[in-house]
Design a protein around this ligand. Sequence first.
Ligand code: GDP
Ligand code: MG
Length: 162
Amino acid sequence: ARPVVAVIGRPNVGKSTLVNRILGRREAVVEDVPGVTRDRVAYDADWSGRDFTLVDTGGWEVDASGIHLRVAEQAEVAIELADAVLFAVDATVGATDTDEAVVKLLRRAKKPVILLANKVDDQRTEADAAMLWSLGLGQPYPISAIHGRGMNDALDALLDVL
Ligand code: GDP
Ligand code: MG
């Protein structure tokens, strides 16, 4: 069976942009403003000749008070159904409390995780990615989902754990 890869992370970190980058086409809805309500959406994807199902944990209602909980809930479901997880963090923002909460879920689930430090659009911001070693999930892969930077290394790492 095709392995399932879930893309998780806070709203607006670039999950859907990443999904589109991997698919090589624009299918996942990219939103400048977080808050679109949408369930998980699965796509047939492949990388280097390997097929997998890519799950965009599209959107969840964002409200200032409940955001932390909702992200964690959504992430929990996605982690459960996945064989491996792409955990996207916005490197320009750094690790937030919500990110830390997701890390706890990931630890408990014991699924393989590739930590993606997104929005590293150029070399100047690579240091932002290195800050994410603090999450304790191993190497952060600096990527720019929007430009495609760093995707080869990150996805090769994913295939290694599938
Ligand atoms: P999601 O909520 O996690 O699915 O995030 P989206 O994919 O909808 O993207 C949220 C915003 O971040 C959009 O304005 C994207 O254009 C932007 N974005 C996504 N990836 C990158 C990136 O690599 N670099 C920069 N600078 N912006 C990005
Ligand atoms: Mg999205």
